[in-house]
Design a protein around this ligand. Structure first.
Ligand code: SIN
Ligand code: MN
Length: 277
């Protein structure tokens, strides 16, 4: 294991288990971030279903599943340090369940209401347990004004909250899992009560920084009211023995191949340790 991995993983699982999120002590280099951003731009310009737009607009909100056909994103999901991180935090061998880049364009990007990711994966896909982890990589500098993720630390320990009545036949439309009017939300009222009890954390940081968060942690993000774009790349690794049996959502939202991901080092995707705080 590299020095970077060892330093980053020490004591991390205890923090993650307690808080449902954690900050990683390395970041991707500027060169790596530039390359990843180039691929985001290229993929965003395609009119395929994997590209999702803001409501009634041509503004790109997110791109999905591109690791399946973009060799740079494929290299990223196989990054040995990211795979080691995911396996450390879930405690199990993992595969890539979902890949997306959520773009909040300057002054246009809409909010994500309070929700828990595991509500979607359990209700829509039949994921047996919350044995997955989100790895979040900031591709832009993320600050208070451009719609950072907000998490309620410790809320993952409550399990699933406020699920609506089961959707009629066939579940909800997948568009409702990537749009501002989400299918499964935690009510504002409930979230405010939880925030008073658990506190709230804004996940901010320079481009290249990496965080992890739990499938059941309650989170949201507000609209981008700033002149700065906010691009957040999210890889969800799921435990190999926790793959849903018969998912029906499109493959760009739910990977069907649950073979353990093979780590492959790639010189273009370098890491550097963050200076100690
Ligand atoms: C966001 O991009 O701000 C929301 C991400 C998420 O809900 O997982
Ligand atoms: Mn989410």
């Amino acid at each position: 294991m590299s020095v970077v991995t060892e330093a980053a993983l020490t004591g991390l699982k205890a923090v993650y288990d307690r808080d449902g999120w954690c900050e990683i002590s390395y970041r991707f280099t500027e060169q790596a971030v530039t390359l990843l951003k180039e691929r985001v731009t290229a993929n965003s310009q395609e009119r395929w279903p994997e590209v999702v737009y803001e409501k009634d607009s041509d503004t790109v909100r997110g791109i999905h599943g591109c690791h399946a056909f973009d060799e740079v994103f494929d290299a990223l999901v196989r990054h040995p340090q990211l795979v080691a991180l995911a396996e450390e935090l879930t405690g199990r061998p993992v595969y890539v369940y979902q890949f997306k880049v959520n773009l909040k364009q300057a002054r246009e990007g809409a909010a994500w209401p309070w929700h828990q990711d595991y509500a979607f994966w359990s209700e829509e896909d039949g994921m047996p347990g919350a044995h997955a982890v989100n790895i979040a990589l900031s591709l832009d500098d993320i600050h208070e004004g451009n719609g950072p993720l907000v998490v309620l630390p410790g809320s993952h320990r409550l399990g699933l909250l406020d699920l609506p009545e089961k959707e009629p036949e066939g579940g909800s439309d997948w568009q409702q899992h990537v749009a501002a009017d989400l299918a499964y939300t935690v009510s504002e009222e409930r979230a405010e009560k939880l925030a008073a009890e658990y506190g709230r954390v804004l996940i901010t940081g320079k481009a290249g920084t990496v965080h992890a968060f739990h499938p059941s942690v309650v989170h949201s993000s507000s609209g981008n009211i700033s002149p700065d774009r906010r691009a957040l790349l999210l890889i969800t690794y799921n435990a190999v023995d926790n793959a849903p049996e018969n998912p029906t959502r499109p493959e760009f939202l739910v990977t069907r191949d649950s073979t353990r991901v093979t780590p492959v080092a790639d010189d273009r995707l370098g890491l550097e340790l963050l200076p100690p705080t």
